[in-house]
Write a protein of this length. Structure first.
Length: 361
């Protein structure tokens, strides 16, 4: 009776995940990038749950093309979860070409699957690769590696998530509860996957699938009860309030004034430049400038200034290739080497020294 209930729960979770994936295709009030990530995540979960249910229900001799789809889903799910976390919890996150590195394993696995399912002749490179995959049981190893990747990305999300900061933020009680619940479920899923691989006990794998179904059900419930928290944590909950704060301010004129002060007069080079001071020069209130930066540019004041400073640092590096990086950092407004390196790496994807060596020299 209990195995039947567990299998039913796993199947239900897979069906619900598939339904949630379809819903993402028709969402119009959220970021399309996040919708596509959620579509990929829920589709991958649906494939894993339904396929694992089929394996559990028919344990002997189960073979189908679905196993290849399952393999692809395993390698896509982890990176998609990680990128979705960055997109939701990091206000300044922009998808960069370097982020495609997370998808390289999935592309390699896709190539392996295409070779594996092909019907090559008796000679040639394709025939050799096909035989190699079968004789060395490469696909079987990749299935295990897929679960390792899922666990690894779950732990990566956990370590990047500032749980202590969330707990201390008493003003966001619902967000705290949701974050903790999701984190605990993901950690338990990763733990069960690791235990199933270490002990080779199928009951741990089934427990991981059951917990995954609970995660899917909880996600569905939260999208219905608190959609603004689940999908848009860093953004304002009240668009009318934002418009009210900026009422009477011409956004285009404000952008022009900011550009004149920062790009033309290079006011950002002053390391003591503050939000209050810049707002005074723009003849607006600090709250109005803060709302503008957050709502229209999706970044805070420090990140906004750092973009100008990094661009100016690159210009100085090109003008004087022998000038020290520390001197450049201080010249553009950074007050420490560590902050300069962190901001530069975040914006360009490489350290100042590496950038100078590869992009300038």
């Amino acid at each position: 009776m209990i195995p039947d209930l567990s299998n039913a729960l796993i199947l239900f979770g897979g069906g619900l995940a598939f339904l949630l994936a379809i819903v993402q295709l028709f969402q119009r009030n959220r970021s399309r990038f996040k919708n596509m990530l959620l579509f990929i995540i829920f589709t991958s979960l649906a494939v894993i749950q339904i396929q694992e249910y089929a394996i559990s229900a028919v344990p002997a001799g189960y073979e189908s093309a679905g196993m290849n789809v399952l393999l692809l889903a395993k390698f896509i799910l982890g990176p998609s979860l990680y990128i979705f976390y960055l997109a939701v919890f990091n206000r300044d996150y922009l998808f960069h070409i370097r982020d495609f590195i997370h998808l390289v394993p999935a592309l390699v696995v896709t190539l392996v699957v295409l070779i594996f399912v092909s019907q090559p002749g008796n000679t040639g490179l394709l025939s050799y690769l096909h035989s190699f995959l079968i004789e060395r049981h490469v696909v079987e190893y990749l299935h295990s590696l897929g679960f390792v990747m899922i666990s690894g990305y779950i732990m990566a999300v956990f370590f990047k998530m500032d749980i202590i900061k969330v707990l201390r933020d008493s003003s966001r009680g619902r967000f705290m509860i949701i974050t903790l619940t999701v984190t605990i479920l993901l950690i338990l899923i990763a733990l069960m996957i690791v235990l199933s691989m270490v002990t080779e006990q199928p009951r741990f794998a089934k427990m991981a699938m059951i917990l995954t179904s609970l995660f899917i059900i909880y996600s569905f419930a939260m999208t219905q009860i608190h959609p603004e928290i689940f999908l848009s944590v860093p953004r304002s909950k009240n668009a009318n309030r934002i418009e009210g704060v900026l009422n009477g301010i011409n956004i285009k004129d404000l952008e022009k004034k900011i550009h004149e002060l920062l790009a033309n007069e290079k006011l950002f080079c002053d390391e003591d430049l503050s939000l209050k001071r810049l707002a005074g020069l723009l003849n607006i209130q600090p709250q109005e400038l803060s709302v503008y930066l957050n709502h229209y540019l999706n970044m805070n004041f420090n990140s906004f200034l750092n973009r100008y400073r990094v661009d100016e640092a690159i210009t100085l590096m090109k003008e004087d290739k022998k000038r020290s990086l520390l001197s450049i950092a201080f010249a553009v407004g950074f007050n420490s080497k560590s902050v300069f390196y962190e901001a530069f790496t975040k914006q360009t994807g490489m350290s100042p020294a590496k950038y100078r060596k590869t992009e300038i020299s």
